[in-house]
Design a protein around this ligand. Sequence first.
Ligand SMILES: Nc1nc2c(ncn2[C@@H]2O[C@H](COP(=O)(O)OP(=O)(O)O)[C@@H](O)[C@H]2O)c(=O)[nH]1
Ligand SMILES: [Mg+2]
Length: 208
Amino acid sequence: MAINTYRQASYATSAHTLDQLMPDTGREVAFAGRSNAGKSSVINAITGQNRLAKISKTPGRTQLINFFPVNEDVRLVDLPGYGYAKVPLKLQEHWAETLGEYFQQRQSLTGVILIVDIRRLLGEYDLPMLDWCESAGLPVHILLNKSDKLAFGARKKALSQVEKQLTYTNQSVQLFSVLKRNGIDELAAVLDRWFFEPDEEGLNEEKK
Ligand SMILES: Nc1nc2c(ncn2[C@@H]2O[C@H](COP(=O)(O)OP(=O)(O)O)[C@@H](O)[C@H]2O)c(=O)[nH]1
Ligand SMILES: [Mg+2]
């Protein structure tokens, strides 16, 4: 499947609660990450659309689950950014609970792209996300985004540091830079595999 597949993505709807999610059919891939890691920028880069997901200079604004269908069976999902202290506690609790249930129950959820700022590496807020995925049997692919901010050596060091932290077999990591357009093909290949390849390991079957 060519990278152009994702250029067809369009915005469909946003959800604050689980009953507002799109119908649980086909396959969806969720994009998760700490506020300001570049989640919206990555969604725009992979879809080749500069204004599909909002890019905000003020972190913590995207507090909804946003749906971007690619076609009838395939969706990209933008999850609320986490780890931003100024989000009211009540709302943080709401999302911890709602996302926990989403990860457990969502049949169409096929994998998670976790966006991390390469200068921060995996933080305390990313770990629950990895745990949720592991207990739901979901593959996670980590993007060390903003790799343009580090020199070549530091970039490689960050990559091998995160590689060492990954303990579960369905986890992978790559360097990424929205600014330099680095890593888009590698990300598209992961999405293609999750969306369009038949399920060898019964990853989805198990949940059905
Ligand atoms: N230098 C650099 N800046 C980036 C990159 N990706 C995103 N940004 C910037 O980081 C800030 C937060 O990006 P945004 O996509 O809104 O993050 P989100 O909160 O995770 O959705 C914006 O100012 C982006 O322009 C990147 O690869 N390199
Ligand atoms: Mg955002």
